[in-house]
Ligand binder design. Structure first.
Ligand code: FO1
Ligand code: CA
Length: 308
């Protein structure tokens, strides 16, 4: 492994896709947030792991940002007919992943082993690894009470005002062996924190003492890419949450969040003027990743920045 990347779903997966393109096959290990995971209709759902696998396989749904391309929704329509829960939409193709993952977890297999197998079946040459095999659940403390992540995010469409976040189980969660292997690999060049939501997607990692220690003690550069462009998140509730937590909506706040963890921060051009307020090294570029070429260019610049 040359690069170990930490990521949530859609935003982070774009950079991971870029890294996959610029590295040789098998040189990328992506550790993925599992704080959004939950059980639904009796199934073990891991949204960020699945978004990462679908994206790295080129099979993601480009409109939704989650789920599969060319999806059909027969299962959901029939659940609705039966009066079942249909607020969280599971497509027919996506459903197979949840059913097979649930079966294998129930049979006693580790999430990391199941995920590695799924990634292989999707033709991915790098490693996709859950941040932990232990149960960590992101809880959103809101003006309507404490909600588990998917009930806040999908069920309530991020409408409740966020007062704080809690990561149940993180204090006791352990790393999976694939991560120790990646970090001990002498060919490792950088650890990259993808442009995911720091509070929702990277927070769960940082609340795990094992991840925090790994990042602080890392001998290779740790580089984060700010998820903000022009003070706004490209997708999702990052800036809404920042304002509700009384934080200034800028990459300077992102820098403070990662203080002591990262050695360098990549900023979008629109935020270049904030570089003097950032305590670590910065690199400025266009971070919006729309095309494959964008993803590849940002990935290459992150690698060059890490080496500089
Ligand atoms: N996001 C939605 O906004 N609505 C959905 O119905 C929905 C279903 C869904 C099913 C499988 C999956 O892997 C992801 C799904 N997501 C859905 C996205 C997901 O819940 C969030 O985007 C992530 O957790 C945030 O990173
Ligand atoms: Ca360090």
């Amino acid at each position: 492994t040359q690069v170990l990347a930490l990521s949530g779903g859609i935003g982070g997966a774009k950079l991971a896709e870029g890294l996959q393109r610029v590295l040789f096959p098998g040189e990328l290990t992506v550790a993925v947030n599992t704080g959004d995971d939950f059980e639904h209709l009796g199934l073990a759902i891991s949204p960020d792991l699945d978004t990462m696998i679908y994206t790295l396989a080129g099979m993601q749904n480009p409109e939704l940002g989650w789920g599969r391309a060319n999806e059909s929704w027969n299962f959901m329509a029939e659940i609705e007919r039966l009066g079942g829960e249909h607020w969280f939409r599971l497509g027919d193709k996506d459903l197979a992943v949840h059913i097979e993952r649930t079966r294998r977890l129930d049979a006693g297999e580790k999430l990391s082993a199941i995920t590695a197998d799924f990634a292989r079946h999707f033709g991915i040459l790098g490693k996709v690894v859950p941040m932990t095999n232990d149960l960590v659940r992101t809880m959103v403390i809101t003006d309507e009470g404490t909600l588990d992540f998917q009930h806040y995010f999908v069920g309530r469409r991020c409408e409740p005002v966020v007062k704080g976040l809690a990561y149940a189980g993180a204090a006791d969660a352990e790393l999976v062996p694939f991560i120790d292997e990646a970090v001990q690999d002498p060919s490792l060049q950088a650890i990259v924190i993808c442009p995911s939501n720091p509070w929702l997607s990277i927070g769960p990692f940082l609340e795990m003492p094992a991840w925090r220690q790994l990042l602080v003690e890392a001998t290779v550069p740790v580089i984060a890419v700010s998820p903000l462009v022009n003070g706004q998140a490209v997708k999702g509730p990052t800036t809404k949450i920042m304002s509700e937590l009384q934080l200034e909506q800028s990459s300077a706040t992102i820098a403070r969040f990662y203080e002591g963890i990262i050695d360098g921060l990549v900023l979008d051009r629109s935020e270049a003027h904030l570089a003097p307020q950032v305590s670590m090294a910065t690199h400025v570029t266009a971070t919006l990743m729309k095309t494959a070429a964008d993803k590849q260019r940002v990935a290459r610049e992150v690698m060059d920045f890490a080496r500089s």
